[in-house]
Design a protein around this ligand. Structure first.
Ligand code: NAD
Length: 504
């Protein structure tokens, strides 16, 4: 199958690259590599389009974004097939991913005005004669650099929110999923034909680097921590701000009073869905020692029923990025060499391009399988004295993206959820925070910084603008050279009354 690009390619056709089906290595489509000048031209067009888009009313932008959402919903089958072909994931997973993206476009479109519009703030006693307002204006052009693992849902967390905030977007999808990126951009152009508000640039890391250096007003990057550092260095040249959504090493805590069947079911899905190629996938499980063996048995039962494959009944597909299989292999080998034990699977689970489920126990905490992102269908399970020890081990990671707590005691579960140094935590379910569009999504440490989704996600793509408007002349004008010592004394006296009181 060869896809023809309906979005414009570079003016100077040159180098190209192929997108491959990871299960069969069949060529899906060929795409141009956008060079520095090509990216600059696209950004210049985006700059013009951004003025038109920002000039629309909130209602006009909302209508267009909702029309796009409706278009994607009506063509969900077609888009899901494309996602399946480029990533290898099961069709149902592709549909679920698109559904989540649709929910986010809807939320961003409907809430942008409420979150970003001008609002009055209290001006305070010293500035009582002023009306004070804050509003959130578009940044201009946002460059979105996306990964391949959720090629619709993940970049949409930046694209939809940046568009809803009034920006034009230049999107560089992963070189593994350019056809999905192309589909999203052409579908937007079908419902918003007036100006190129959302454009595509294709290519690998170098094209992403050109975008980061192009003078866009912000880069929204999703990918690995290592790449984020390179993108940040490129952004630094123009002081271009950046939001970084990077990887994780998410922990899953099971308390002694947890519903073990539900916990095992959730841990199995969190570790294995999408072949573990999920930034908020479960990679480490810490279980209260009283229930450790019962939980492990249940988890092993569930995980051994799960099967990768290319057929439509398979639970997950191939490893999309061939090089990732070497990382998975290294992590399993390192864990076993350090005294770890495999409960199900092991090195023999690797049958390229597929990797079967693997549970590792007795793995030292300093092993790669515990400290580094594996991004595969493997999980380590370790006993802990209680939730507190689970939290301590979970937090002893350079990553801080998502986490899960299973416990019946609501107070203990919420206390653990708060103590986890993760951006998001799900209690008694797994990854559910990603489906609540009003909740911000993002991490800390090697998991990145900044937030997509929710009000914070809208403000991430806007510039706060503060305005004071003098409503009446002040009794004492402090910002004038005609100010007298007596004026200053009056204001200092007032400050002493207001702020000088002793606090015990
Ligand atoms: P990656 O870091 O290899 O690539 C991400 C994107 O950056 C791609 O589009 C790539 O072409 C581009 N890129 C590569 N080098 C670049 C450079 N020097 N300058 C500019 N752009 C460059 O990541 P990946 O393999 O595509 O995705 C997997 C990673 O993404 C995992 O670590 C995963 O955890 C993470 N991820 C995070 C989230 C999140 O929301 N936090 C979501 C999905 C995936």
């Amino acid at each position: 199958m060869v896809t023809t690009l309906r979005t414009p390619g570079p003016a100077r056709p040159g180098e190209t690259f192929d997108s491959l089906n990871p299960a069969t290595s069949e060529v899906i489509a060929t795409f141009p590599v956008f060079g520095e000048d090509d990216v600059a031209e696209v950004v210049a067009r985006a700059r013009e389009a951004s003025a038109w888009w920002a000039g629309l009313s909130w209602k006009d932008r909302r209508t267009r974004l909702l029309a796009w959402k409706s278009h994607i919903t009506r063509y969900i089958g077609r888009l899901a097939e494309l996602v399946r072909t480029e990533t290898g994931k099961p069709l149902a997973d592709a549909q679920l991913e698109i559904l989540l993206a649709i929910v986010h476009i809807d939320w961003a479109a409907r809430n942008a005005q409420r979150v970003l519009r001008p609002r009055r703030v209290r001006s305070g006693l010293i500035a009582l004669n002023h009306a004070a307002t804050v509003e959130y204006q578009p940044l201009g052009v946002v460059g979105v650099i996306g990964p391949w693992n959720y090629p619709v849902f993940t970049p949409m967390g930046s694209i939809a929110y940046a568009l809803a905030a009034g920006n034009a977007v230049v999107f560089k999808p992963s070189e593994l999923t350019p056809a999905v990126g192309g589909w999203l951009v052409s579908s937007f152009a079908e419902v918003v034909p007036e100006a190129p508000v959302l454009q595509l640039v294709t290519g690998a890391g170098a094209t992403g680097g050109h975008l980061a250096r192009s003078g866009v007003n912000k880069i929204a990057f999703t990918g690995s921590a290592g790449t984020a550092k390179k993108v940040m260095a490129a952004c630094a040249e123009n002081l271009t701000p950046m939001v970084a959504e990077c990887g994780g090493k998410d922990a899953f805590l099971v308390a002694a009073d947890a519903d073990l069947d539900a916990a095992a079911d959730a841990a199995a899905w969190g570790a294995l869905s999408n072949g573990g190629q999920t930034c908020v996938g479960v990679e480490r499980v810490y279980v209260a020692e009283d229930v450790y063996h019962s939980f492990l048995d249940k988890l092993a039962d569930r995980m051994s029923e799960v099967r990768p494959g290319e057929d439509r009944e398979a639970h997950y597909g191939p490893m999309t990025l061939p090089g990732q299989i070497d990382v998975i292999e290294r992590h399993i080998a390192d864990a076993l060499a350090r005294g770890g034990r495999s409960v199900i699977g092991g090195l023999a689970s690797i049958r390229k391009p597929f990797v079967g489920p693997v549970i590792l126990t007795d793995v030292p905490e300093e092993s790669r399988a515990v400290t580094e992102e594996t991004f595969g269908p493997t999980v380590t399970v370790a006993p802990v004295a209680n939730l507190d020890e689970g939290v301590r081990l979970a937090n002893a990671s350079n990553y801080g993206l998502g986490a899960t707590v299973f416990a019946r005691n609501k107070k203990a579960a919420m206390a653990a959820a708060r103590s986890l140094r993760s951006g998001m935590t799900a209690v008694n379910s797994v990854i559910s925070f990603a489906s609540v569009p009003a909740l911000p999504f993002g991490g800390s440490g090697d998991s990145g910084f900044g937030r997509i989704h929710g009000p914070d996600g809208l403000r991430e793509f806007a510039r706060p603008k503060s305005i004071t408007r003098q409503r009446m002349r002040p009794p004492v004008n402090l910002t004038s050279f005609s100010r007298t010592d007596q004026d200053l004394r009056k204001i200092l006296n007032l400050a002493t009354i207001l702020h000088g009181r002793r606090y015990k």
